[in-house]
Design a protein around this ligand. Structure first.
Ligand SMILES: Nc1nc2c(ncn2[C@@H]2O[C@H](COP(=O)(O)OP(=O)(O)OP(=O)(O)O)[C@@H](O)[C@H]2O)c(=O)[nH]1
Ligand SMILES: [Mg+2]
Length: 305
């Protein structure tokens, strides 16, 4: 494989080259080291927007709505659907493909789903690298959809410049949000399915919660009916407002620095884990700990040394 050529084609926005590079990321290919070195000077421009929320709340529909709006502004867009729970590209994400068919022939949009194929380090390691590929390929905005279960929301907050938390009326989402600490990570609340009964009271509940929050940034609350493309302009405006605040306050730089730290740490830990696992001394040390002639802390020290 000619890595330099592949990277050059990806940079010029060739969809197949971009797809090939993301596959290398998913497969944790040994070629990645060279790929990332070649991409590095061309990264740092993309705006990363994360979307999270309960299953079925409308993340994919909202993503499609945002793609439409951003394409309308002539911006190049990347979409990454990340499913940390599934070892394979699952059914939910295939559904997304159908919904994204509008954009299938638009070469200003890259759409890709990614699942952890069970490799060491999982998606904590792979997602930032996939973002680098899309960034270098000239995507001005990258939308990352994650299934909102447990820890996943927190992960997306670490990856994104702006985190959208979607809730829907009647799902008890606003109460859930308060419990799960989502208030801390949401930069914008999207009350999707606003065509349903109870939308007003969901907005009100969120307003009350946001009023009590002690963060510098008060999350915006935007009602949408993504299925009918309603609320797109308001949502884009809320995103731009947050982006402006990120830049003025210095928070953008802080978030991105934290993100890169996490990325380096994930790569270092993954490679350390591979080394330790492959180290023949691990078996010998395990034997000694099992026999009671060594304690596990000393064994770990010896292994690390
Ligand atoms: N009534 C109504 N239905 C909507 C709206 N937005 C999305 N839906 C429907 O809600 C269902 C789920 O939407 P998705 O966009 O797939 O939701 P998701 O959050 O991506 O779902 P997962 O990826 O499976 O977690 C679909 O049947 C959509 O058509 C809306 O604004 N109003
Ligand atoms: Mg979805």
């Amino acid at each position: 494989m000619d890595v330099a050529d592949l990277v050059e084609r990806a940079r010029r926005g060739h969809p197949r080259a971009v797809a090939r590079l993301i596959s290398l990321v998913e497969d944790a290919s040994p070629e990645l080291r060279e790929v990332m070195a070649a991409l590095a000077p061309h990264t740092g421009r993309a705006r990363v927007i994360g979307l999270t929320g309960s299953p079925g709340v409308g993340k994919s529909t909202t993503t499609a709505m945002l793609v439409r709006a951003l394409r309308g502004q002539g911006r190049r867009v990347g979409v990454l659907a990340v499913d940390p729970s599934s070892p394979f590209t699952g059914g939910a994400l295939l559904g997304d493909r159908v919904r994204m068919q509008d954009h299938a022939t638009d070469d200003g949009v890259f759409i890709r789903s990614m699942a952890s194929r069970g490799h060491l380090g999982g998606l904590a390691w792979a997602t930032p690298q996939a973002l680098r590929v899309l960034d270098a390929a000239g995507c001005e905005v990258i939308l990352v959809e994650t299934v909102g279960v447990g820890q996943a929301e927190v992960d997306i907050a670490g990856l994104a410049d702006t985190t959208l938390v979607l809730v829907a009326p009647g799902m008890g989402d606003s109460i859930q949000a308060a419990k799960a600490g989502i208030l801390e990570i949401a930069d914008v609340f999207v009350v999707n399915k606003a065509d349903r009964e109870g939308a007003q009271s969901t907005v009100r509940d969120l307003r009350n919660m946001v009023a009590l929050a002690t963060r510098d940034w008060k999350p915006a609350i935007v009602p949408t009916v993504a299925a009918r493309n309603e609320g797109a302009d308001d949502l884009v405006q809320a995103l731009d407002k947050h982006q402006a605040w990120l830049e003025e306050s210095g928070e953008l730089q802080r978030r991105r620095l934290a993100r890169v730290r996490d990325e380096i740490e994930a790569i270092a830990l993954t490679s350390l884990r591979v080394d330790l696992r492959d180290d023949g001394r691990l078996d010998t040390l395990a034997d000694r700990v099992l026999a009671g002639s060594l304690d596990p802390y000393t064994a770990a020290d010896e292994l690390l040394a």
